[in-house]
Design a protein around this ligand. Structure first.
Ligand code: MN
Ligand code: MN
Length: 455
């Protein structure tokens, strides 16, 4: 209720910066369709900024620019600060996985002249949104000989696309009576791969032809799907949205928009007192579990490794470093949509264009699962936001008991560090086409820079 439109404060020069920054973001979003692609692109950008991989260092000192990856699905960048790591870090944490359709282990089958690909959806989706749109296939196929093949089909304008069919309206009398949850069922999210039979093939000739194409173009066999990780995502680049070009439409703003702004904040900020860090994690959409999720010991291991390279190592120093760290859980918030105003408390909603959004807590059914940040901590942060002229707002995810959501905030909170959710408001969250305001993208970037350099 104290928030104002960020657009109104920009002069011509600032407006130009906002638009230029968003061109960089659109490029990142268009290339970063999966967590693996985001890691590749982040490493490329970090190297352009002069960052070097942790394993290249024999010791660490203030001003060193370090990046480190984990299993091709996590990346973190650090600028070593003037104070020892034991004093804590200033961390921006975002996730680079987004809802999508994952290809099953035994996926390809033929039915009624079509070759189809069976999928299992990943994260929270409205299944009916994923039919009759252009889709691309991304991922890796790992072969028994130890090699792995990168697959991208459907992104180059000369590539074919794939897709999932829906029933024609003319014959949908029964389907239209179903609830939205059932109108397209998970097991029916099968991707059309082809319809042309292989000549002289008797059985499943269409499937045989598709497998022949995969063998010729990518050199893998049907059996290699067993150890593949292929993801079906919306095809095509991010675009300007609105006649005024004030917004960006694209797949995967949740949470690549906070990932990119966090990454750039660390890359663009010179050496600070505290070590600055942006960490980009996987698996948030399915609970942050596993080796590449926020619950992984990976980040702690990296901090231990860095203490070992910068100082005399002791376990207590690692505990101190984690506990003294201050963090923003950089994740998106639900943008207020005037077409669905009834789900929000208007006083406690995130409006597109009003700047970075802080969520003191997320969760559902009585804040269950919420990190619920310390008010003492948020007081420090809003002081810095005000002192640096950054537009910010605070919000909850919808009205009480309307639903809710979670982030990685509580996981790092478990180290006894101060964490608060801070990100960008998104319309159509988890849809194949999500929307953000360019002003919010820029304000989030400025907020992240202020947080890591001033707090
Ligand atoms: Mn998210
Ligand atoms: Mn999400």
């Amino acid at each position: 209720m104290y928030a104002k439109s960020a657009w109104k404060k920009y002069d011509c020069e600032q407006l130009k910066k906002v638009m230029e920054f968003n061109e960089d973001y659109k490029r990142f979003l268009s290339l970063g369709k999966t967590e693996r692609e985001c890691v590749k692109e982040s490493v490329k950008i970090a190297k352009d900024y002069g960052f070097k991989e942790l394993k290249e260092f024999t010791s660490l000192k203030a001003g060193d620019k370090v990046y480190v990856t984990n299993k091709n699905k996590n990346v973190a960048v650090f600028v070593i600060g003037n104070k020892p790591l034991e004093a804590g870090l200033r961390v921006l944490g975002a996730h680079i996985d987004s809802p999508r359709l994952d290809v099953k282990q035994n996926p390809v089958y033929e039915k009624n002249n079509f070759a189809l690909l069976d999928t299992h959806y990943y994260g929270g989706i409205k299944k009916y949104q994923w039919v009759t749109i252009p889709l691309a296939i991304y991922g890796v196929v790992c072969k028994k000989d130890g090699t792995s093949i990168d697959v991208v089909i459907g992104e180059d304008p000369t590539d074919p696309i794939v897709g999932i069919s829906d029933l024609l309206i003319h014959l949908s009398a029964d389907q239209m009576q179903k609830s939205a949850a059932k109108v397209i069922e998970g097991e029916d999210l099968d991707v059309t791969l082809g319809s042309m039979p292989l000549k002289d093939e008797e059985k499943d000739a269409v499937k045989a032809n598709v497998l022949r194409i995969l063998k010729e173009k990518y050199d893998f066999e049907e059996e290699d799907f067993l150890s593949a990780e292929l993801e079906i995502v919306p095809a095509g680049p991010a675009r300007d949205y609105g006649l005024d070009r004030s917004m960006v439409a694209g797949y995967g703003h949740d949470d690549r928009v906070c990932a990119f702004t966090s990454l750039r904040a660390v890359l663009d900020t010179p050496t600070c007192d505290y070590t600055t860090c942006a960490i980009l994690v996987d698996k948030e959409e399915v609970g942050s579990i596993g080796a590449t999720g926020a619950q992984s010991k990976w980040f702690e291991n990296v901090v231990a490794e860095m203490i070992n390279l910068s100082d005399s190592y002791s376990e207590i120093k690692v505990h101190h470093a984690m506990e003294n760290t201050k963090m923003l859980s950089s994740d998106v918030s639900a943008g207020f949509d005037p077409l669905f105003a009834y789900v929000n408390d208007p006083k406690n909603s995130a409006y597109l264009g009003n700047g970075i959004c802080f969520n003191k807590y997320t969760g559902s059914r009585g804040k269950s699962g919420a990190n619920d940040a310390m008010p003492e901590y948020f007081a420090e942060i809003r002081k810095i936001m005000d002192e640096n002229g950054i537009n910010f707002q605070t919000a909850e995810i919808g009205k009480v008991d309307q639903g809710g959501g979670g982030t990685i905030a509580y996981i790092l909170g478990n180290y006894n560090m101060n964490v608060i959710d801070a990100g960008i408001a998104v319309l159509n969250m988890h849809a194949p086409m999500e929307i953000v305001s360019k002003a919010d993208v820029y304000e989030a970037y400025l907020a992240y820079v202020a947080f890591i350099s001033k707090l």
